[in-house]
Structure formats: C-alpha cells, structure tokens
Design a protein around this ligand. Structure first.
Ligand code: NDP
Length: 375
C-alpha cells in the first residue's frame, strides 16, 4: 500500500512534485449554485488501497446528479457508503468535490494495479460516494477505470462514462439485453434527448434493435441522426396515445419518471419476458427522508409490490441504477472506436466556468452532455 506521504511520481513536472494540494471546485455545505467554491488548496488525492490509481483530469462531465448532490440529494445514503461504521462526524464529506465523469491520464498506480501504467489515457465514471472530477486529480479503483477510445478527445470522452455505465447497467444487467439478442427486439426509450437517452439509442441501435424514442418536437431530427427509427413528440399531447397505437415493445427504458408508470407498462408485450426498467426511482430520497434502515425497508417494499403487481399481468418491472464498471467501459470503447457510438457534447465550459456549467445542466432540456475542460 502506498503511504499517504506526498507523492513524487515520475510523471509530475518539477513544479508539481511532492504536492499536497491541488486546484478544485468544492462545496462546504449543500445549497444552490453559490455554494460552489474554487480553491487552489484542495487535498491532493491519496492512494489508500493497492488497487487504486490517481488520474490527472483533463475533462470532467456533468450530470443531473451533480446538481442534485450539490443540493444534498443522497447525503444519508452516500454517507453510509463513505463511512459504514458511522465513526465520523456529520458533515465529514466536506469539502466535497462533484463531477462524475473523467477523461485523463494515469499519474500513479497502486502496487497491485496490473492493467494500467503511468501515462495511460483513461476514462471512468466516478461513483457518487467518491470525490469527483472537478479537480486536477482524482483517485479511483482500477476496476472503475478503462483505457479511453483513441479516436476521442478528452472532452468528447468525458461525455460518455456516467451515462454509458448507467445505460449498460439498466439495459444489460437489469434488462438482459446483449449484442447478440437485440435483433428484431422493439425498444422504447422514454426521454431520448438527454445524456442517458442519446447514449442508449445508439447502443441498442448498434445491437440491431428497432428503437422508438420520446422527446420534444425540436429534438426529432437530432434523435433520428443518432439512429432512432421512430420518434414520438411528447409535447404534442398525452404521449401514451400515439405510443399505444404502435406495435408493443420488448423493453422500455424510462429516463423520465413521473406518471410514466401509470401507462407505459401497458405498451409491453405480455407473457413474453418483456421488461420496463426505470432509472427514476425513490431509492435515495427514501433513505434521505427515513434514514438508512427504514428507507431500505420502504424501498424493498415498494419495488417488490410493484414487481409483483406487474408480474401478474405478464410483464417485468425493474429499477435501474448507475453501476461503476471499467469492463463495461472497455466494451463501450470498442463500440466507440468502431464508430457505432459517438459522443454528444452539447456545450463545453472552461475550469473557471464551473458555476455556469451547473446552471446549464440545472436548466434542463439537455441535448446530450455538458463537459468541463480541466487542463
Ligand atoms: P438529462 O437532463 O441529460 O436529460 C433529460 C432529457 O429528458 C432532456 O433532454 C429533456 O429534454 C427530456 N425530457 C424531459 N421531460 C421529458 C418527457 N416528459 N418525455 C421525454 N423527454 C423528456 O438527464 P439524463 O439523461 O442524464 O438522466 C435521465 C434521468 O435518469 C434523470 O432523471 C436522472 O436523474 C436519472 N438517472 C438515474 C440514474 C440511476 O442510477 N438511477 C443514473 C443516471 C441518471 P426536454 O425537456 O427539452 O424535452
């Protein structure tokens, strides 16, 4: 295990040798955009376990969860993950660094790391309980990291990992899709124009599925350009009406939530293994509101009763979650390098413009991803 002494890695320039601090955007309490603070004195990350790597961040992607976490979303659940024995005082997560996507270069490897070397160009999705990528350096487990696609710039690469590993977890691990079982499957993506949707459309299209998406009317061309076969405008009236007129679906990915569960499961082919996977779940809110034990109980009871209710009607109801995975990113890299998936960068901000980048994400109506150039 590496010591916690300031590192003197060979990759570091003389001026950055043996540093203990680095520039970062941090928050010291939860709130709106004014809690974001730039500092040159954030703690330099430390390798605590032999399977960890330190990555120099070139670009960081923002996601709606960054805006939500800035406001305190998931604080109880994530504290439990950071400090399972509940030893630390409340507020020990601060100063907290947000930013869930990273593209950069490996600067230092723990002693057990075999798959990466210093200077490797990598990308990763950072779990929400870890310090994020709005900083010059970040420490990650090697199994969360993957070699980045050679054909992408760091800015482009930072637009993919968090939404891609979320879509992968929801569609592959929960939804049971694979590249060799999608041909002729009919897939509906509710909310196609944002980060998860623009990735998911391309992924299942590359695997041969027939893809229908819902989005605003002004995103129709954009989504057809990403491979959608059929586009339904949800702003034109109750979207369930045009969707009900279509042939039924094998899988629905819900990126929208709200009242979708009221009507969407009726669009699935019954008694044929079809699945509804929603990414919009009350899991974190339950734990934040009720505490860990009661929140978990509430979550288990809710998901079990919904799953059972829908199973009796012949369809599967599931909750999907982000899951960090370097191996999923390896497969996604191959799809990107094969030009089956392209990054969708809607807007890029400089490191000094992080508050503006948050404002952009907070406004909603995303058409792909918001990325911050770090160095
Ligand atoms: P984005 O903000 O990038 O995209 C949301 C998109 O949905 C926008 O393009 C928006 O555009 C569109 N939209 C809004 N309302 C509707 C509607 N009624 N029908 C169709 N489209 C709509 O979000 P992400 O793609 O990053 O995430 C999607 C959802 O998944 C979020 O709720 C997020 O919290 C959740 N999520 C959950 C995870 C988990 O672990 N469970 C992980 C990652 C994401 P417009 O308003 O212009 O139509």
């Amino acid at each position: 295990v590496h010591s916690s002494l300031p590192r003197c890695g060979r990759l570091l320039s003389t001026s950055s040798r043996c540093r203990t601090v680095m520039p970062a955007w941090v928050i010291d309490k939860y709130g709106s955009n004014e809690v974001l603070r730039f500092t040159k004195n954030a703690s330099f990350p430390i390798i605590n376990y032999p399977n960890e790597v330190i990555v120099k961040v070139f670009a960081a992607g923002l996601n709606p969860i960054d805006v939500a976490m800035r406001g305190g979303y998931g604080a109880a659940t994530l504290s439990m993950k950071r400090d399972p024995l509940n030893i630390k005082q409340s507020g020990s997560e601060f100063p907290l660094v947000l930013g869930r996507d990273v593209s950069g270069v490996i600067m230092e490897c723990g002693l057990d790391v075999k798959y990466f070397r210093e200077r490797d160009e990598v990308w990763a999705a950072i779990p929400p309980w870890k310090q994020g990528s709005l900083a010059e350096f970040v420490v990650l487990s090697a199994n969360e990291v993957s070699h980045k696609p050679k054909c992408l710039s760091h800015i482009e690469a930072a637009a993919i990992p968090y939404v891609a590993t979320t879509a992968w977890s929801a569609l592959v691990n929960t939804g049971g899709l694979r590249k060799d079982n999608c041909a002729n499957k009919r897939i509906l993506i509710l909310g196609g124009s944002g980060g998860v949707g623009t990735f998911a459309v391309q992924m299942v299209k590359a695997w041969g599925a027939h893809v229908t998406v819902t989005c605003s009317q002004n995103a129709e061309r954009f989504l057809r350009g990403l491979g959608a076969d059929h586009v339904v405008d949800y702003t034109a009236g109750p979207v369930e009406e045009p969707l009900s007129a279509l042939e039924k679906f094998d899988l629905i990915l819900d990126n929208v939530g709200g009242d979708t569960e009221r009507w969407a499961l009726k669009l699935l082919k019954p008694w044929s293994g079809s699945k509804f996977v929603t990414l919009v779940t009350p899991f974190m809110q339950n734990t934040d509101r009720l505490g860990v034990a009661d929140g978990m109980m509430q979550t288990a009871a809710t998901v079990a009763s919904k799953a059972l209710k829908h199973l009796m009607k012949g369809v599967h109801y599931r909750w999907g979650f982000f899951a960090p995975s370097g191996s999923a990113l390896d497969e996604i890299r191959d799809m990107v390098d094969a030009k089956q998936i392209r990054p969708v960068v809607e807007e890029t901000f400089s490191f000094s413009q992080v508050p503006q980048a948050f404002e952009k994400v907070e406004k909603g109506h995303a058409r792909g991803k918001t990325v911050v150039q770090i160095s």
